[in-house]
Design a protein around this ligand. Structure first.
Ligand code: CA
Length: 386
């Protein structure tokens, strides 16, 4: 892995949605709205007509995704989600998955599912900041939750209810359906020794993290995934972040940047989402609803496990074979970035009531988890491994 040909083939497949965070809901969402076949209605038949129970009809859905078709981990997660729903339902709910650009553009997923062009979508909630800024809290918050705490907040700490409230006006029901784990801090061609080294730095970094960089005097650039490498190589951008070693190795960034920084303070446990059109959801019988939900749980666990299991091997390849220089952000830089992140979050929260509601819930849960982690995760992390 990692030669030019492989890299080019991989990059070729990287569509806009995989990379570009941005204002969502842009272009060309198809307007045709094709509803799914209805679940069989319970019929009242005369006694003599009672023979065999009618065979349940197959419900057919479309799932549009922000990822290129079959994109490692993220697109594969969408494929598996559909496969598991099919298997668990005994083939009663069949979902055809479309990569970004195949049915609608990657960043058209939100609108497409909202309008019913597709019944289901797979992406990341921070792509939809242009629809509602509060969506950003359900993907990644700088210096926010890691994957474990994110799941705890969403599934058991009230986060999901607020997320549902944010999506409801758009006729959508959200699910958490994946997580990248802690990401890496990014690729640079100079060392970051002080916060001043970020001044004037043109970096591809999405979402709230980009706003923090801007406050630090840098420039957050929006670049589609397929163009990041070329832009970095040609110095159109000075630096980029992406995901973690497993993905970054495939993107070939080591050929265009020397230093690989950690940790990914801007995306500490990015949640990946599935969404379902509410009208379509309401037509499902209860058992199929439960199956869809269970399959999102399975996808969530699968994706995080895959990233966790594969990142370190890829990191070793980057360091040992490609001579990448690993660097840690200095403590004072992280401290300053954290201060700026707080300012950014407070500004977002002040912007609209749903953002405030999400931020308040986030802060309260963070305090709760911090107190518990201090006695459990924190001391444990300091213990030597066996
Ligand atoms: Ca990222």
């Amino acid at each position: 892995m990692g030669d030019d040909k492989n890299r080019r083939e991989f990059i070729k497949n990287v569509g806009i949605g995989a990379a570009a965070l941005g204002t969502a809901g842009l272009a060309g969402v198809l307007s045709s709205c094709k509803g799914q076949e209805k679940a069989p209605a319970k019929k009242e038949e005369p006694a003599q007509a009672k023979q065999e129970a009618p065979k349940p009809k197959t419900i057919k859905w479309k799932m549009v995704t922000t990822w290129p078709p079959h994109f490692p981990m993220l697109g594969e997660g969408a494929d598996l989600l559909a496969q598991w729903i099919d298997e668990m339902s005994g083939g009663r709910l069949k979902i055809k998955v479309y990569g970004g650009g195949e049915l609608v553009p990657g960043l058209g997923v939100f609108d497409a599912v909202s309008q019913g062009t597709a019944e289901m979508g797979h992406g990341a909630a921070y792509y939809w900041a242009g629809k509602s800024p509060a969506t950003q809290f359900f993907a990644a918050v700088p210096f926010g939750f890691n994957a474990q705490s994110m799941n705890a907040w969403l599934l058991s700490g009230g986060g999901m209810e607020i997320w549902e409230e944010v999506y409801k006006p758009f006729n959508l029901k959200p699910f958490v359906a994946g997580n990248t784990g802690v990401q890496m801090g990014g690729w640079f061609n100079k060392e970051i020794n002080s916060i001043d080294d970020l001044k004037g730095l043109k970096m591809r970094i999405p979402g709230l993290g980009g706003k923090v960089l801007k406050k630090a005097g840098g420039e957050a650039i929006l670049v589609a995934g397929g163009e990041i490498f070329t832009n970095l190589e040609r110095n159109v951008i000075d630096a980029t972040e992406w995901v973690g070693p497993y993905h970054d190795l495939k993107m070939g960034f080591y050929k265009a940047a020397k230093y690989y920084y950690y940790p990914g303070w801007h995306e500490c446990g990015t949640a990946i989402e599935a969404m379902v059109n509410l009208d379509a959801w309401n037509t499902l019988p209860d058992d199929l609803k439960a199956i869809v939900e269970a399959a999102t749980y399975k996808t969530n666990m699968w994706m995080l496990s895959e990233f966790e299991a594969k990142n370190n091997g890829a990191l070793n390849t980057l360091i040992n074979e490609h001579k990448v220089e690993l660097r840690q952000y200095p403590e004072p830089v992280l401290k300053e970035l954290k201060k700026l992140a707080k300012e950014v979050l407070e500004e977002v929260a002040a912007g609209d009531p749903m953002s405030k509601k999400a931020y308040d819930s986030f802060l309260e849960f963070q305090k709760n988890i911090y107190e518990w982690n201090k006695l459990t995760e924190e001391p444990y992390q300091k213990l030597k491994y066996l």
